[in-house]
Design a protein around this ligand. Structure first.
Ligand SMILES: Nc1ncnc2c1ncn2[C@@H]1O[C@H](COP(=O)(O)OP(=O)(O)O)[C@@H](O)[C@H]1O
Ligand SMILES: [Mg+2]
Length: 292
């Protein structure tokens, strides 16, 4: 059974004018079909307004389909009796850490979710300690959140979600407001959660280098899912991406220019090590030919 499944997922909303009268009906999601297996690391790309956040909110049961169905494990997200099960199975981290932190001490903040769902006190503390440890914030339990850096605050927000013991976390541009150091810290924490704890990750991002680290990339455009494949598949289509208002990682752009200049490199290179290897292979081939 997939961890998440969407079938013909559509979401329409009514656009209201100043008098709160209906102006028109808009479609933010147009019949999406996909599934996510446990343990996947998926990046979701798409220009502003393409429907990424609307999709994320469906997975977390913050929005409900106007057509079609979303399941988290065996639960339909519109089954109100399972709302808390759904929200604790599929957690969500948003862009602005300041809007997600509710307490004045880090460990209280992280314990807030489990406390709300009635986890016994002793277990809450275990979860708080383990969650802070997992995001590299084990030493900051008694700190005041407002004294932390952006990257640290965002890791506290992630720990707060982790303390709910989710199987999946959706990150909605969770690194967008951070400086490069904060971004790196948060990304490393996310990768560790996926690799070491097997947590399924859906990462909505504008940074192509972040998407290049995923195992799979989904591309949204105007409410539709228009591409779904490995980073190599997706980044070998730089022209198609450009038409969707997207770019490729810097290393892909460089490899594309080398291909244009006549080097026979494979398409879809998206990590530096791949470019180094591919160029080294060309030279190796030459050396052998000349030596023979
Ligand atoms: N309830 C709503 N009221 C007004 N506009 C909405 C509503 N829900 C979604 N939208 C619109 O739907 C589109 C998709 O938005 P969103 O999911 O936020 O895109 P993204 O996260 O990719 O930038 C946008 O045009 C947004 O303005
Ligand atoms: Mg968004």
């Amino acid at each position: 059974m997939p961890l998440i499944r969407a079938e013909h997922l559509a979401y329409e909303y009514l656009l209201l004018d100043e008098e709160q009268e209906t102006e028109e009906k808009k479609t933010a999601l147009k019949g999406l079909d996909f599934s996510v297996e446990k343990g996947e690391y998926i990046a979701i790309l798409g220009r502003n307004g393409s429907g990424k956040s609307t999709l994320a909110r469906h997975i977390n049961a913050l929005l409900f389909p106007t057509e079609g169905t979303v399941w988290v494990k065996d639960m339909r997200t519109d089954d109100e009796s399972r709302l808390w099960d759904i929200r604790s199975s599929a957690g969500m981290v948003f862009q602005n850490p300041d809007n997600q932190i509710v307490a004045t001490v880090v460990e209280e903040d992280v314990g807030f979710g489990p406390e709300n769902i009635g986890v016994p006190t002793e277990e809450i503390w275990q979860r708080v300690r383990a969650s802070l440890q997992a995001v590299g914030m084990g030493e900051k339990g008694s700190s005041a959140p407002h004294r932390l850096s952006g990257g640290q605050k965002q890791r506290v927000a992630i720990a707060g979600v982790l303390a709910m013991e989710p199987e999946c976390i959706v990150f909605d541009e969770a690194t967008a407001m951070l400086d490069p150091k904060g971004r790196r810290e948060v990304l490393e924490a996310i990768q560790k959660l996926n690799q070491e704890k097997g947590i399924t990750v859906l990462l909505i991002t504008h940074y192509m280098e972040e998407a290049a680290l995923a195992g799979r990339i989904m591309v949204m455009d105007q409410g539709s899912l228009v591409m779904d494949g490995t980073p190599r598949d997706i980044f070998s289509r730089s022209e198609d991406l450009k038409a969707l208002g997207l770019t490729v990682p810097p290393v892909t752009a460089l490899a594309d220019r080398l291909i244009e200049a006549g080097l026979p490199l494979p398409k879809g290179i998206h990590q530096e090590t791949q470019l180094v290897q591919a160029v080294a292979n060309l030279y190796k081939g030459r050396g052998e030919t000349h030596g023979a």
